[in-house]
Design a protein around this ligand. Structure first.
Ligand code: KG4
Ligand code: ZN
Length: 328
């Protein structure tokens, strides 16, 4: 069974065909990073206009060699994300589903990130079959969610960010350090020539599975404005502080809940230090998608859509965008 996935929630226009919820047939991502970088972040109006320009060429490219008769369903992200951006994907998906008489499957972007772990691309970390119950850490530009997954479609949110999301913290720290956008890859790159030798705080929020990164960001700002610190050392120290908190708190929850596995996902899961620390410290197997499937893509949307379709969860023509949609 082949699903066409469509993703336009933020600044990537993406389309992909995935077979049986795991095998990637095509995976096209048109990034707008170069356009937004000069503003230091995503400009929503510019993003939706770029999605409009890119969506049809991107879908056509993903469909190369296939006809609509080969496709069994159209899965599309309907939230969370930027309203104007989500609208482009949802309306395109609706039009295709209606014209080609295919089931329309609205997908939660956070759930889709988790389903990147079902994609059978080249293993990175300990890939393999997902075993329930598993603990999902979704760390992206807008979310740091710790979610217990008991089965397909069964999610229970244990923790979330109380202020900045992990990716947002990377982006803001990069701005403080005068590094580029997006901040995650820029901080990771700068860290390579530095040492994590500077004292930065970690918000443990004992007794809660929530996260908080805004105090760390403020501490970094004070450190940099005092002067005399190298950008590389500051980047490395910041990165280690974020990694420490994410790894320790997630592993603690995994032990408490006696889960079978930990599943990482979201753009921040592309961070090498984060994945190394998880693999070195977790008592249970850790599944980590390869970096290009951690950041926004449509293969994860198609994989997620497959399991919705299997469960008979289909959307109507009245599917609308939900910019503040949450999971669990
Ligand atoms: O999942 P994603 O592509 O989009 C959202 O759903 O938000 O995540 C984007 C976020 C950005 O904040 C970016 O700085 C961060 O993921 N990110 C990283 C890395 N690559 C992307 N953070 C740390 N290390 C990375 N290598
Ligand atoms: Zn995302």
């Amino acid at each position: 069974m082949k699903i066409l996935g469509i993703e336009t929630s933020c600044d990537e226009t993406a389309a992909a065909i995935v077979e049986d919820g795991g095998r990637i047939i095509s995976n096209v991502v048109a990034s707008q990073i170069d356009i937004h970088a000069r503003y230091g972040g995503v400009v929503p109006e510019v993003a939706s206009r770029q999605h409009l320009l890119a969506i049809i060429p991107v879908i056509n490219q993903a469909m190369t060699g296939f006809s609509w008769q080969d496709i069994n369903g159209i899965a599309v992200t309907f939230g969370p994300g930027l309203a104007g951006s989500l609208l482009v994907g949802v309306n395109t998906a609706k039009a295709i589903a209606l014209a080609k008489k295919l089931p329309l499957i609205g997908v939660n972007h956070l759930e889709a990130h988790i389903y990147a772990n079902w994609l059978d691309s080249s293993p990175h970390g300990e890939m393999g079959r997902v075993k329930f119950p598993c603990l999902c850490l979704v760390v992206s530009g807008g979310h740091s969610d710790l979610i217990l997954m008991k089965g397909h479609g069964q999610f229970e949110k244990l923790g979330r960010t109380r202020d900045d999301a992990a990716g947002e913290a990377f982006d803001k720290a990069a701005r403080i350090l005068g590094l580029g956008y997006p901040g995650g890859p820029a901080i990771e790159q700068a860290s390579r020539s530095g040492a994590p030798c500077l004292p930065l705080p970690r918000a443990w929020l004992k007794g809660s599975h929530d996260f908080s990164f805004s105090g760390l960001k403020t501490a970094l700002w004070h450190l940099v404005h005092k002067g005399g610190v190298s950008v590389a050392d500051a980047a490395a120290s910041f990165q280690l502080a974020v990694v420490d908190v994410l790894v320790v708190k997630t592993i603690e929850a995994a032990k408490q809940l006696k889960v079978e596995q930990i599943l990482l996902s979201g753009g921040v899961a592309a961070n090498k230090m984060l994945t190394q620390h998880f693999l070195a410290n977790s008592p249970v197997p850790v599944l980590i998608p390869p970096p290009h499937l951690c950041t926004d893509n449509a293969a994860m949307v198609a994989a997620c859509g497959y399991y919705h379709l299997q469960a008979g969860k289909i959307s109507g023509c009245d599917l609308d965008v939900v910019p503040s949609l949450s999971l669990g």
